[in-house]
Design a protein around this ligand. Structure first.
Ligand code: NAP
Length: 409
């Protein structure tokens, strides 16, 4: 549907519609050729007259004190025809949210931020954190074919977009997937970011899948956290033999999730304990640091074995050195490490989270089949978001931290 006329009609048009969730964009340049195209369909919302919404935002980077609750955040708008507006029922937290709050990755993420969206203030602030969402589709852009208002969905929103610690969030439809039927919103919000990170590391980068895992020995560092608890279940669903490294108090948890061997990294020498085991085909490292110096030697040599780490200096390099030099430094680092490890007969890779609705569709199948279940450490109410950040910051996660956004008390 097109409405021809001067761009000023945008305001009038919105007033007539009386609902700002109707995204409007301009195509055409001159006054006479300008036209405004309505990009959304389906006004099935309980909030038809909302212009503002509750949200947790930051106005600068820093410690937990920068988190600010506002009920004045502008309601999200559909700017592109492939976008959807979601009502957030629950939002998952990740260590990345704590890092983002402190400014980690700001340079790289600012480079990716949509100028249309940050135009009113000229900066990324006020910035809403939170990547994971489980909720309901409220509005669909005109090109959205796969979803309709009312669909229950889950997603992990790309980190350069406004986040999910808000009543509503806008996402690209290709970031969104139908929520597993057997999960509540709280349970579903615990999985997308860690699930997609695991998917990227294990399947896309690591090349493991349901057809080639049955005789593989896999070692997981950081097994009790969000990523670890998901990866154990994924690899067990695919038939791998899993050795999990975690603290002693988490060993029952990881065994329940299917880990075959459990190593307590705090009791004696972790390296010596692992050296006593048969060598591995695949290592997933979500801990980093000194582990990377010695752990690759636990892999079978010259057999295609892979060391995939989630701890990469990519965003830090861009923050410190700027985009061009930061990317160059990262390229040189990964290049040097790849060659060094290739010479010893193993493959070394970095893996990154990547937002993807289709990958979430695949994960949904595993969840619906009961092969992967949520592991929730703690649920916080929407008013307790700062407490949830504090808990994340303390570390020692045993699964996931989730915010119940619908119940705000
Ligand atoms: N590259 C990416 O795109 C990407 C995406 C997601 C995550 N990550 C990385 O992966 C890390 C883990 O993410 P997450 O969501 O799983 O974090 P998380 O939920 O906070 O879990 C971290 C887990 O690691 C354990 N741990 C700490 N030191 C350990 C060690 N030396 N050996 C074994 N376990 C150890 C912690 O428990 P205890 O301290 O009690 O042992 C905790 O259970 C993040 O910090 C981030 O660096 C990267």
């Amino acid at each position: 549907m097109f409405v021809k006329g001067h761009p000023a009609c945008k305001k009038v048009f919105r007033k007539l519609l009386g609902w700002p969730g109707f995204g409007v964009t301009c195509s055409g340049t001159g006054k006479s050729s300008s036209r405004w195209q309505i990009l959304s369909r389906g006004i099935h919302t309980s909030c038809q007259r909302c212009t503002i919404m509750p949200s947790w935002v930051i106005d600068s980077y820093g410690n937990n004190d920068v988190l600010r609750f506002t009920d004045n955040m502008p309601f999200p708008v559909i700017n592109y025809p492939n976008e959807v507006i979601l009502k957030v029922h629950a939002a998952g937290l990740n260590p990345f949210d704590v890092s983002m709050r402190s400014g980690y990755g700001a340079s790289a993420l600012n480079m990716r931020r949509d100028p249309i969206r940050i135009k009113p203030t000229g900066s990324e602030f006020p910035l809403t954190l939170g990547r994971d969402v489980s909720g309901v589709v409220m509005e669909c852009g005109l090109n959205v074919k796969y979803f309709s208002p009312g669909d229950e969905v889950w997603a992990a929103i790309s980190p350069w977009k406004q986040g999910t610690l808000a009543e509503f969030v806008v996402a690209s439809s290709n970031e969104v997937s139908r929520k597993p039927r057997n999960l509540s919103h709280i349970e579903a919000a615990s999985m997308p970011y860690v699930g997609l990170t695991a998917w990227s590391a294990v399947k896309e980068v690591g090349g493991l899948n349901q057809n080639n895992c049955s005789n593989k020995r896999v070692l997981i560092f950081g097994a009790a956290g969000g990523v670890g608890t998901f990866v154990i279940q994924l690899l067990k669903a695919w038939g791998a033999h899993v050795t999990a490294v975690c603290s002693q108090d988490a060993s029952e948890l990881v065994k329940r999730l299917g880990a075959d061997d459990v190593i307590d990294y705090k009791s004696g020498s972790m390296k010596a304990q692992l050296k006593r085991l048969p060598q591995f085909d695949f290592i997933l490292d979500s801990v980093g640091g000194s582990t990377e110096q010695w752990a690759p030697s636990l892999l079978k040599k010259w057999s295609g074995a892979k060391y995939v780490t989630l701890v990469t200096p990519f965003l830090v390099n861009v923050d410190r050195l700027g985009v061009a030099d930061g990317m160059l430094r990262s390229g040189l680092t990964i290049g040097a490490k790849t060659i060094k490890h290739l010479c010893t007969g193993i493959h070394y890779h970095w893996a990154l989270f990547s937002s993807s609705g289709p990958s979430l569709d695949d994960i949904t199948e595993l969840v619906d089949a009961g092969k992967i279940r949520p592991v929730i450490d703690q649920v916080f109410s929407f008013s307790d978001v700062p407490k949830a950040f504090k808990k994340m910051e303390e570390g020692h996660a045993r699964g996931k931290t989730v915010i119940d956004v619908i119940n705000k008390n």
